[in-house]
Design a protein around this ligand. Sequence first.
Ligand code: NAG
Ligand code: NAG
Ligand code: NAG
Length: 429
Amino acid sequence: MKITALVSLVAAVLITTQASPLRVPPRHGHPLPLAPRSNAVAEAVDQPSPVLKNPPRHGHAVPLERNPNYRPNIKAHIAKMNSRYGNGKLHARSTGRVPVVNVEHDLEYYGNVSVGSPAQVFKLNFDTGSADIWFPSSTCKSTGCKKHTRFNSAQSSTFKKDGRSWKIKYGDESNASGILGSDIVNVGGISVRQTVGLATYESEQFGSSPEDGLFGLGFNTIESVSGVETFLDNAIAASALTQPVVSVFLPSFRRNGGEGGEYLFGAIDSSKYTGELTYIDVSKRGYWQIPMDDITFNGQSIGQASEGIVDTGTTLVIIGTAAAEAVHNNIPGAVFRPETINESAYWTVPCTLKTSTDNVGFTLGGKTFDVPLADVAYEALNDGSKDCYSGIQGGQDNLWILGDVFIKNNYCVFDQGAAPRIGIAPLKY
Ligand SMILES: *[C@@H]1O[C@H](CO)[C@@H](O)[C@H](O)[C@H]1NC(C)=O
Ligand SMILES: *[C@@H]1O[C@H](CO)[C@@H](O)[C@H](O)[C@H]1NC(C)=O
Ligand SMILES: *[C@@H]1O[C@H](CO)[C@@H](O)[C@H](O)[C@H]1NC(C)=O
């Protein structure tokens, strides 16, 4: 059931935004149509305000206090300043770390985001392949909303009405709609006033989704409602971030049990990768789109190239039909399963690849970044099946999608500075 929901979600985002890259991976026992999906999540964790610690208190000579009643109370002072200028305005540049939960062996990742005052906490899928932030409204009565945390705007002192309506539709016809509103959104301690979509309707596909909604990290040109600025836009404009970046570590279940994943807002954690980051300029703002110069098999070029996107909200790597065939021609036992009335075409590979040391590589900005065949054997078709869904699928003949199968092997820095770019380096586990 999650499969369906996921597929829907994935599909949703991209379709809405025109391209229709496939986002969802085949799941579980049944053959899944590879629909695009758009769920990536990260959790926003409440953090103490990043400001002043207690006054220093060394043991030695203390200056005489001229006013014995004076008790500096830094926290109260800051709270007062914040309420005076409005939350989210008075910022020191800072960083925010959002731990993520790895759902079902790398299917997707979500984290906490706090909204409103006092905070209402949502599990959102951080998604570089879409730009809207949305979650259910307390007025949503549809099946799709029932199991999820719903936002009650009446209980937030900082909520502001917007009045515009909002809707989003995904590739499998799943869809959500509602109204826009604005409130303080806090991600790992970074908080800004943010326009969000409050769903008053969600189609039932969302009912089984483990997260409450989505947190888009794409550019504002792919917002469902034009003119809405993204969280990154607002955080950068408010000088809330030390650097205008989001750095992503999505851990692999195979490599470390899937633990320790995070979205790091405003900084780069160099302990997470080996060597130097290679930066690739974004070729078009919308998705995080870059030129993909080649694919390799154990270091040998297979002569395939395209524009593509790096998309945390898609589980697999999805490339062109011919490119997928060229990749699988190097893998003994790979089988193409043509489209049927009930499912899209897909590739399978032998599950024994889980112990392989061979690699498929993606050449970006002059460097080649590996995806081990051990991850290309994504998941068995059925319990006990000797065939696994391939982590690299075809059918995406325009924009290729480097989804989580790529990202769980390579640290990715989404840099929304004046000239946006993506920094990539192999993960250190
Ligand atoms: C999310 O927040 C809830 C409390 O609201 C907490 O129990 C949970 O551990 C948090 N999860 C993560 C991944 O931070
Ligand atoms: C939304 O999804 C429901 C359920 O799949 C479907 O019946 C309805 O037509 C969809 N609405 C739109 C606007 O696509
Ligand atoms: C396709 O799905 C329908 C509805 O679930 C089912 O009745 C039919 O047998 C399926 N056809 C094939 C070829 O699997």
